[in-house]
Write a protein that binds this ligand. Structure first.
Ligand code: SF4
Length: 226
């Protein structure tokens, strides 16, 4: 497909998902550092369990880079218990907090000043930060227009027929970024809507008969015989 049909399709998907699910107001979280912590904790965890772990950190008064750096690793792991993989996530959070302190003096303003691609490379060098986590941090915590790709994005787009099943992270990201204007609000909402749709309609076993995208979707049209 050339760029225009892709642009039209992506815009149409966005408008329909927004109308169907309503605005999702992502990312849930108070302040940039809480959003970063949430982006790490949500790896292989439901948001409900992440909220419990964030609640523990807040109640203990340690939801800041400095506190995370200073506190004992086992104590931190105990607070993260509800989010699963708590020992590993404690190490990841310590690495992230160390990076924020060493490179940016715990200042989100300094993070914002940095070139987005260079910052992304640095984030990817932190223990436990992969592409999805790095892009979520860039978009939702730092305010840079990077499209976040996850398994829901891949599943929905491949069922629709816009990408191959085995499309790479970077090719899917390019598809969105080359066809949509770099608007932080729209990228934020679009990712949230895809997560919502993948959670509630285009699930492992898709419910195409109640999907707002069915007439645009190869899988949906096959399933419904239209
Ligand atoms: S029509 Fe079915 S397969 Fe296509 S996006 Fe909707 S739920 Fe998923």
């Amino acid at each position: 497909m050339d760029a225009k049909p892709h642009r039209d399709l992506l815009e149409e998907l966005y408008e329909r998902l927004l109308e169907f699910h309503g605005p999702q107001h992502w990312w849930p979280g108070d302040g940039w550092f809480e959003i970063m912590v949430g982006a790490v904790l949500t790896q292989a965890a439901s948001w409900k369990n992440v909220e419990m772990a964030l609640g523990n950190l807040k109640a203990a008064g340690v939801l800041s880079p400095e506190s995370i750096r200073r506190m004992d690793g086992d104590e931190l792991a105990a607070l993260l218990y509800p989010s699963g993989y708590y020992n590993s996530k404690a190490k990841k959070l310590k690495s992230l907090a160390q990076f924020i302190g060493d490179r940016f003096s715990d200042s989100v303003e300094r993070l914002k000043e940095k070139d987005v691609l260079m910052l992304r490379e640095e984030l990817l060098g932190i223990h436990g930060v992969g592409r999805e986590t790095a892009d979520a941090i860039l978009l939702y915590a730092v305010g840079k227009a990077r499209f976040v790709v996850d398994n829901y994005t891949k599943r929905i787009l491949s069922r629709i027929g816009a990408i191959e099943k085995d499309a790479s992270y970077s090719s899917i990201q390019r598809l969105f970024e080359e066809n949509l204007a770099p608007e932080i609000e729209k990228y934020s909402e679009y990712h949230a809507l895809l997560v919502r749709h993948g959670n509630s309609v285009c699930t492992t076993k898709p419910t195409c008969d109640r999907c707002c995208l069915a007439d645009l979707c190869e899988t949906g049209r096959r399933a419904l015989g239209t």
